[in-house]
Design a protein around this ligand. Sequence first.
Ligand code: TZP
Ligand code: MG
Length: 246
Amino acid sequence: MEFNSELYFITDSTGYELEEFLARVEDALKGGVTMLQLREKQKTTRAYMELAGKVHQICRDYKVPLIIDDRVDVMLAIGAEGVHLGAEDMPLWIARKLIGPDKILGATAKTVEAAKSAYEAGADYLGVGAIFPTTTKVKTVLTSLETLDAICKAVPIPVNAIGGLHAENLDVLNGIDIAGVCAVSGIMHAESPRKAAEKMRKRFRGLKNETSEYFEIGNHGNVCSNWRSNFTDSSYRRYVSDGASY
Ligand code: TZP
Ligand code: MG
């Protein structure tokens, strides 16, 4: 499955009525979000599934893949495009067995060793952070830019930076071979999620100052359409010309 992690919006429904939450999600998609993660920590399985189904419908309208945080069962039940797992969730290799080769498997990694293990266990992309302190409820520690850079160099799958990121502070990521940036509050709680997303994507693109030329192929054939890395191993890279890949 193809994905583009350039602007990865991670939702937080805490404190919003359903309608307002869904309206904010859609507004963000209008602003150019390329990938969306539904992240729910308090909901029952039933409530998580119901919300995921609604968000999935909106994502489909914008052709944006929906990734479910933590829960392989919820992802499979609603037919979402992928699942994101951390160190306390189901082991990645088991998740990969359950979801098959075509679903997107994301993993959190905070060290080079964890990044390599996640790649070897079947992850298609990594979320690395927190880069800046975050106001979002999460068990995390700060990850240095040096570690982020080392992770990008250590694995041939796309790496996204996460944690306290918004349009105004992306410059620190300059020169690091990330595929994209993740944001919860920078988009979710912005006065205008659409404008926040637009600005963040524009800034990220400015930072990268490049267009897509390569598809990188993860362990399982899931491809990231916006990213090119320093890896030259041809088993991971297909050159893309005129929309055709070979
Ligand atoms: N993992 C590391 S930091 C973080 C997660 C889930 C939260 C990011 O939220 P925000 O609001 O973009 O800082
Ligand atoms: Mg998790």
